[in-house]
Ligand binder design. Structure first.
Ligand SMILES: [Mn+2]
Length: 392
């Protein structure tokens, strides 16, 4: 709604990016974001890394002891004891804690929203970095302050190329194909699988917008759990009249019966599959569960809020996606839950999934024009997915 798109290099727009670069090849975008978009300084980041609920790491490259990895929370003493150079502090999910960082995601409103994982912020002293490595996910690396040198390698690497005995996956060798120095406002897009190596050139800060994508093993793990949950206690029974002479034989009848019991369970071709996938991809990490409002709103409360020109906003951790099922209508997937909705709510669902901030006027128009929109909004407010912005 308040999209401030990334400034692409000339000749490239969102459609060209998605066609030619997204999930395919790296793209360096000079001056793609205004400096004002980056609001977190080193002290504020260090403060977050001291919070027990926030995931943070310190990576120190020590000339004698090699790579040191430590997990937060940290305290003032930890930071005071750091060497002069060659260390990096990384803090995950900063977008869930700071609204000004969540706002940065709006610059990327052209990539599939349900894939977005988090914004990680790293602060590095001169020479600091996490070593040459490969990620399984897409990432936009946004240079927020200072300069960072990014080296890319287009070679294929295997596990045999990793340094042994480390918790982090760091490549033991690296052949450089691209070598770029990024300054504030520069953005580097990397698809999955590209080896990269960032090192701070002086102290610097980098924001990484990371994506997620389940692999076959993860999909199977969750899907089969779903299948098991749908299973009942119907049991294999022996067919009538087994001859005593064949008592040890696993007969074709038993096999057929076992097959039939399993055939009755959901399959990836069933209608239930789409709903399972929608719930799966919108599930949050366990620390980001959303709790319902303490006191439920009535339709009157909602109308009064909007009539006073007060906006709603999506909970910073909420994950949403929608789908239109050929057989039976519209679905809103919301933080691992499914809402089955009439087709007429298509615009409402699109707006809710695409916007972080929901201005009162847009929501009033939605309620006015679309039967069922008020009830949907009310449900989402009471579930805690939409929040009434605190008034200051
Ligand atoms: Mn990386």
């Amino acid at each position: 709604m308040f999209a401030r798109p990334l400034r692409f290099p000339s000749g490239i727009d969102a459609d060209v990016f998605l066609r030619d670069y997204w999930q395919k090849r790296p793209l360096l975008m000079r001056q793609a974001l205004p400096r004002a978009a980056f609001t977190v300084d080193a002290d504020r980041l260090a403060g977050l890394a001291c919070e027990p609920d926030i995931e943070s790491r310190l990576i120190i490259e020590d000339r004698t002891r090699g790579w040191q990895l430590r997990h937060g929370p940290f305290d003032v003493g930890d930071f005071a004891a750091l060497p002069e150079s060659h260390w990096t502090l990384l803090v995950q999910d900063v977008d869930k804690y700071l609204d000004d960082v969540a706002a940065l995601v709006d610059h990327f409103d052209f990539v599939p929203g349900w894939r977005i994982d988090d914004i990680m912020i790293s602060y590095a002293s001169h020479g600091g970095g996490v070593g040459p490595h490969i990620d399984a996910y897409d990432v936009f690396l946004m240079q927020a302050a200072g300069r960072r040198r990014w080296r890319l390698s287009h070679r294929a690497y295997t596990d045999a190329d990793l340094l042994p005995g480390l918790e982090q996956r760091i490549l033991s060798s690296f052949s450089v194909d691209d070598d770029w120095l990024l300054g504030p406002g520069d953005v580097l897009y990397l698809p999955p699988g590209i080896a990269h190596w960032g090192t701070a050139d002086g102290d610097c800060m980098t924001y990484s917008l990371g994506f997620r994508a389940p692999d076959q093993r993860e999909l199977a793990g969750d899907w089969f759990q779903h299948v098991v949950a749908a299973a009942g206690d119907a049991r294999l029974a022996d067919p009538d009249g087994i001859p005593a002479a064949r008592r040890s034989e696993l007969t074709p009848e038993v096999l057929a019966q076992a097959r039939e019991l399993l055939r009755q369970l959901p399959t990836p071709d069933s209608d239930a599959f789409g709903d399972w996938l929608g719930c799966y991809v919108t599930q949050a990490k366990p620390q980001f569960e959303i709790v319902p409002r303490d006191t439920a709103w009535t339709a009157h409360d909602l109308d009064a809020w909007l009539d006073a020109e007060r906006p709603l906003r999506r909970h910073p951790a909420a994950r949403l996606a929608w789908a239109r099922h050929a057989s039976d209508g519209l679905r809103l997937y919301c933080h691992g839950d499914v809402h089955r909705l009439p087709d007429t709510l298509g615009d409402a669902v699109g707006l809710l999934c695409d916007s972080r901030q929901l201005p009162a006027a847009a929501l009033r128009a939605l309620i006015h024009n679309t039967p069922g929109a008020r009830t949907l909004l009310l449900d989402l407010v009471n579930d805690g997915v939409l929040e009434a912005e605190p008034q200051d």
